[in-house]
Design a binder for this molecule. Structure first.
Ligand code: SF4
Length: 96
């Protein structure tokens, strides 16, 4: 039996992403590694885009960003450089 996506997953799945060549979110890895103790970004991103790599450093899969800005607001250590994608790039919300 195949698993049906939930309503939120189905709505998010209808979005379209037009990717720019440069990321619009850049993590200051040194600050993240040496100063941050809470790693709130792992919990707050509604698209679950933050994770740690094999070295324990934070990474973000910016390609799926919903542009909500939550991670930027929640990063107490100001370890993110966050800008909206250039015009014409980023998420396009679709009704489903
Ligand atoms: Fe996730 Fe929102 Fe930050 Fe994008 S802006 S990475 S969707 S928390």
């Amino acid at each position: 039996m195949s698993e049906q996506p939930g309503k939120v997953d189905a709505k998010l799945g209808a979005n379209v992403f037009k990717l720019d060549q440069e990321p619009h979110i850049v993590i200051d890895t040194e600050t993240c590694r040496t100063v941050c103790t809470r790693r709130v970004c792992l919990q707050v991103c509604p698209a679950d885009l933050y994770e740690t790599n094999d070295q324990g450093d934070m990474t973000v899969n910016w390609e799926g960003c919903l542009e909500c800005g939550t991670c930027l607001i929640c990063c107490d250590e100001k370890a993110l450089r966050w800008e909206y994608p250039r015009g014409g790039f980023g998420v396009q919300y679709r009704m489903s």
